[in-house]
Ligand binder design. Structure first.
Ligand code: T3D
Length: 272
């Protein structure tokens, strides 16, 4: 993908993220490998700007978030003193820099894949879990590191860990500040899949292609329904599904999907 990128927004002054685009597929790479892609406020602002650009692109079909080097992200950069020097600074960092990024990922009207290429720690775990599908290399780990430095999981961490792992495991892992190896994370349902390191790139590309060729509008509506299901009753969810299904059924892709089924051919979805 990187070879044929037709758009790259790299900024000479700050190279902490790379955003590449090929057709409707975006790839956002966290790019501070010497610091294991630890997150600074500047970097989070750039991620937020990139997400806003993607949201504004009507032709966008998929976003992949990954890391450069041997890590996905080691979470908050613990040398970014102004971000964490006291409670006031931490609140500001969480509210102004982390939370908007998590909300933007949730509300992006396309699938977002976290391609976890190595260790994810602290808010790096929260960032990965905010994505719709998480695929990781076998050698990666999800390190719920917060308690080791006297903090709590943030950036949606408590929400996602408890929801995905169940309260018993989530609380123990968080309170003990422990890590889960990627294959174990997959076995417990924290992530979608862990794959062999040497096939990771090919697996990510295949997943990306498949999703990018999917019915993007329906996938976005699905995402909306799953998020709402976190807090809805069955009755509320039944009503929402009826509403969202009506929207899906009005899409061009549904007409194409149905026509393709009846003609016994593969559908060619346009994402609208
Ligand atoms: O305001 C707020 O509330 C902020 C929000 C906070 C949310 C959080 O994310 S809190 C959690 C922050 N993250 C951590 O506590 C994890 C810290 N890192 C580690 O525990 C370990 O580095 C890892 C387990 C992730 C990996 O260990 P290892 O042995 O593979 O690598 P390493 O040697 O520790 O790290 C390599 C380099 O990256 C090293 O620098 P050096 O010595 O080569 O110059 C290390 O200091 C640096 N690094 C790793 N993590 C961070 C970091 N630098 C800054 N911030 C980091 N988070």
């Amino acid at each position: 993908m990187s070879e044929s990128a037709n758009r790259q927004n790299d900024n000479q002054a700050d190279d902490s993220i790379h955003l590449q685009q090929v057709g409707g597929v975006y790839r956002l790479t966290l790019n501070r490998p010497q610091r294991l892609n630890a997150l600074t406020r500047e970097m989070l602002s750039r991620i937020s700007d990139a997400l806003a650009d993607i949201a504004a692109d009507a032709g966008a079909r998929l976003l992949v978030i990954t890391g450069a080097g041997r890590a996905f992200s080691a979470g908050q950069d613990l040398t970014d003193k102004g971000a964490i020097e006291d409670g006031r600074a931490c609140r500001n960092t969480v509210e102004r820099y982390y939370n908007p990024v998590i909300r933007q990922i949730h509300s992006l009207e396309l699938p977002v894949v976290a391609a976890v290429n190595g260790i994810a720690a602290g808010a790096g775990v929260s960032l990965a879990l905010a994505c719709d599908i998480v695929i990781a290399v076998d050698s990666a780990a999800f390190d719920i590191a917060f308690a080791r430095i006297g903090l709590i999981p943030d950036a949606g961490g408590t929400h996602q860990l408890q929801r995905l792992l169940g309260p018993a495991r989530a609380r123990a892992l968080a309170m003990l500040g422990e890590k889960l190896a990627a294959p174990e994370a997959a076995r417990l349902g924290l992530i979608h899949r862990a794959v062999a390191d040497d096939t990771f790139e090919a697996e990510v590309n295949a997943l990306a292609q498949r999703l990018a060729e999917g019915p993007t509008r329906a996938l976005a509506l699905m995402k909306q329904a799953f998020h709402a299901g976190d807090h809805h009753s069955l009755e509320q969810q039944l009503a929402l599904e009826a509403e969202l299904q009506a929207q899906a059924a009005d899409s061009e892709d549904f007409a194409e999907g149905l026509a393709a089924f009846l003609a016994k051919r593969a559908p060619r979805f346009k994402g609208m």
